[in-house]
Design a protein around this ligand. Sequence first.
Ligand SMILES: [Cu+2]
Length: 183
Amino acid sequence: MNKINTLAIKALAIALFASSCGNSNSNGNDTVENSNQQTETPTVVETPTPIKEELPIATETSNEVTIESNDQMKYNLSEIKVKVSDPVKLTLKHVGQMKKDVMGHNFVLLKLGTDVAAFTSEAMNAKDKDYIPNQKDVIAHTKVIGGGEQDVIEFTLPSVGVYDFICSFPGHAGIMKGKIIAE
Ligand SMILES: [Cu+2]
């Protein structure tokens, strides 16, 4: 009977040892699996750079303004803030190189309430008037200039408001437009 008991104890000990080994093995496996998961490279989501379509905006109120126009048919400002009732000195520069019969630009400031679309379409047929079809809708305007040229105008806005300005050279006003805010 003693021998049998001893064998039984040995068997039990082996079983316990084996099971404890098994536990440590499975723990080890778990650790390996975890480390595998950690080393997986995360999916990189590339966000495409948005195309900048908004024009830079003049934020400071100033009655001395320079606005640039270029060969890409653009002004560099879409919003100009000025002080109402004080004279405004505005310089239009053409920083491109193209000639004025191909890429001419002007700056036409329209009175409040003007139908900009109607004025623009009339201007297309007013080449003989430097693309200013009438004076009744216009507060002030530069002449049409080509690359390397500039023109300076002075005007005073009599009342607070948001005034439209455009380039009235044919086909330009859809892009070359903005607001003067008199405050
Ligand atoms: Cu233009």
